[in-house]
Design a protein around this ligand. Structure first.
Ligand SMILES: Nc1nc2c(c(=O)[nH]1)N[C@H]1C(S)=C(S)[C@@H](COP(=O)(O)O)O[C@H]1N2
Ligand SMILES: [Mo]
Length: 321
């Protein structure tokens, strides 16, 4: 599509915050130090983790930038930014997290493949943009559609970045059409992050944000959207990256991550090992999955979905108060 280009090399990368911990330089993969991540509820854009599989795309002319919606639909269309800006704008506070977050911890059990992330490949942002459900209505797909008349069941997002994993082709991923056309699922075509125009690293001029699922579905730098019959076959749709079960009740889900709170005086509580156990994390998700205790039990070669308890050391001191 005109107006957006995926460069072949890394000579035109954007400037980045010096505090970021760089896990891979080319493609650029970096996360904030954990103290900075937890110091604010909404993660500042320049400290938000950056997860890339190729050089950052370049917008030559925003007015010329457009993307197509085609595939198993009757009336394919080309849309420009002005078409997206015309739709109602929504702000959704949602956490984005890479499936590879805490991969280094998994590597300690046995070596895994992939960029080594510590614990900060996640962030909370206020994403501003149009609902994908509204955009799909522009091409004649009504809300709450799970199959189009021509048999389309999934929505594939295709970018322009040149990725090694795709043999030099673009990054792509898909979500079910039923999720894409459900306004309550809050899937966005976002053009803003924390009230600012999207930063180049985060998908300028337009990216997808799919709340509640691994970051890999939130495709940046949209070049085309295809309505397809089967899940997208790209590298990033491997079966380990699971989707929601179909029975999710989408209403009133809070997509943002909460900060853990410890409102009690730690020194008076932790006296023995049992007490340390008493402040275990043990989160439960909307599908009733419980956080596994040990990383060893969920080890996998790609080192993804390390949802095991994240233990932090608590130092017990004495104050003279
Ligand atoms: N086009 C494109 N979209 C992409 C990626 C990418 O490399 N290229 N990385 C994905 C992955 S794996 C994650 S975790 C998120 C990261 O988004 P962020 O860099 O804005 O934090 O973007 C996703 N979308
Ligand atoms: Mo990711």
């Amino acid at each position: 599509m005109p107006g957006l280009e995926g460069p072949l090399d890394y000579s035109k990368e954007p400037p980045r915050h010096p505090c970021l911990q760089i896990n891979a330089k080319e493609p650029f993969n970096a996360e904030p130090p954990r103290s900075l991540l937890v110091s604010s509820y909404v993660t500042p854009v320049d400290l938000f983790y950056k997860r890339n599989h190729g050089p950052i795309p370049i917008v030559e002319d925003l007015e010329r930038y457009c993307f197509s919606i085609s595939g198993l639909i009757k009336n394919p269309k080309k849309l420009f930014m002005k078409d997206i800006w015309m739709l109602p704008k929504y702000n959704v506070t949602a956490t984005l997290q890479c499936a590879g977050n805490r991969r280094t911890a998994m590597s300690k059990t046995r070596k895994v493949k992939g960029v080594g992330w510590d614990v900060s490949a996640l962030g909370n942002a206020v994403w501003g943009g149009a609902k994908l459900a509204d955009v799909l209505e522009l091409v004649g797909i009504p809300n709450l559609t799970s199959t189009t008349q021509s048999g389309g069941k999934h929505v594939e997002f295709v970018s322009v970045d040149k990725c090694k994993e795709e043999n030099g082709g673009p990054y792509k991923a898909s979500i079910p059409l039923s999720q894409a056309t459900n306004p309550d699922a809050d899937v966005l075509l976002a053009y803003e992050m924390n009230g600012e125009t999207l930063n180049r690293d985060h998908g300028y001029p337009l990216r997808v944000v799919v709340p509640g699922i691994i970051g890999a579905r939130s495709v940046k730098w949209i070049d085309s959207i295809n309505i397809i019959a089967e899940e997208c076959q790209g590298f990033f749709m491997q079966k380990d990256y699971k989707m929601f079960p179909p029975s999710v009740d989408w209403d009133n889900i809070n997509w943002a991550s909460r900060r853990p709170q410890m409102d009690f005086p730690v020194q008076s509580v932790i006296c023995s090992l049992e007490d340390v156990n008493a402040i275990k994390p043990g989160k439960v998700d909307i599908a009733s999955n419980v956080q596994p205790e040990k990383v060893e039990d969920i080890w996998n070669l790609r080192g993804i979905l390390n949802t095991s308890w994240h233990r932090v050391q608590v130092r017990v001191g004495h104050s003279n108060m």
